[in-house]
Design a protein around this ligand. Structure first.
Ligand code: R5P
Length: 297
């Protein structure tokens, strides 16, 4: 089935890397924002093929969800039979239960919204804590979860051969275990209590930290407080150095400054969210998943 990939300007680099790895044409979506914040999208002047792949990472998600709705509905009107969303970062996955009475469970609601628009969703390290598979949150025909942990593990091992990998909380265990296995590194996970958006408390595992080169590995750095707190604890426990590796480099607001202030040296991330720390490119892994979907005809 003939396919093209559509992307927005600010994601042109990772999107084109994916198109090139998947050997499909890539075309830019022109986006204009009116003074009142409404959006006007324009596609290339061409007939749309049977299969459309849309590349949109969902950091800063609110406007992007509207873009996806406009694009997907337009594509269906134009007769596109198969719509694939490549969202290397999938937003709203952390709000997976009502933490207080009356709270909306955004994971399910946003997942359901995407499932109404797309036939397939490919993403990287979605924050699935209380459910086992992405399909439970995004019920589409192909709900594909990839991971940046093995690639980050290789990047870490090249730079810190003797690293001790630490996950800052229980949820990070899945990524830390996979990375440790890939690069044959020692690992452990901390315990985290969150008291507020920017208020977390970290307890270190019962491991020898003194003299170690510690790398903190997590799926997301958002406010940066989780990594900053963990870094402070690790340095107070006598570590030689502490570096950070994350899949999704959201780094909201003052996050980067707070993490640096805590004593973190290097920061490595995948390119699921564009950031100066991007070290690992996910295009080959995304392309393989895309090829799997397209080979189904
Ligand atoms: C939560 O469980 C995630 O795995 C991250 O640890 C969390 O989202 C990081 O958030 P922040 O950077 O705001 O502390």
């Amino acid at each position: 089935m003939h396919a093209i990939l559509l992307y927005f300007d600010e994601e042109s680099l990772p999107a084109r890397r994916l198109a090139s790895a998947a050997a499909i044409e890539a075309h830019r979506i022109a986006c204009h924002r009116f003074p009142d914040e409404e959006l006007r999208l324009r596609l290339p002047d061409m007939a749309l093929p049977g299969c459309l792949v849309i590349y949109r990472s969902l950091d800063r998600p609110n406007d992007k969800l509207v873009e996806l709705m406009l694009l997907a509905r337009h594509a269906r009107e134009q007769g596109v039979g198969r719509l694939v969303l490549v969202a290397p970062y999938l937003a709203y996955m952390r709000q997976d239960i009502a933490f207080s009475p009356g709270e909306l469970v955004s994971q399910r609601l946003v997942g359901g919204f995407l499932a109404e628009l797309f036939d397939s969703v490919i993403t990287v390290d979605p924050h699935l804590h209380r459910i086992e598979s992405l399909e439970q949150a995004v019920p589409v025909r192909h709900a594909i979860t990839l991971s940046g942990a093995p690639q980050l593990a290789m990047a870490i091992a090249e730079r810190r051969r003797d690293a001790l990998l630490l996950g800052p909380d229980a949820e990070s265990r899945q990524w830390v275990e996979s990375a440790a296995r890939t690069a044959a590194l020692e690992y452990g996970t901390c315990i985290k209590k969150r008291h507020g958006d920017c208020d977390v408390e970290i307890t270190l595992p019962d491991l020898v930290i003194t003299g170690r080169r510690v790398v903190l590995l997590d799926d997301i750095a958002s406010s940066g407080r989780t990594l900053a707190q963990a870094a402070e604890r690790v340095l107070a426990a006598g570590a030689d150095s502490v570096d950070v590796a994350v899949t999704h480099a959201l780094f909201a607001g003052d996050a980067l400054g707070v993490i640096r202030q805590a004593g973190v040296g290097e920061i490595w991330s995948t390119d699921t969210v564009g950031h100066e720390s991007n070290t690992v490119f996910m295009a080959p892994v995304l392309a393989k998943a895309l090829a799997g979907i397209m080979s189904e005809g």
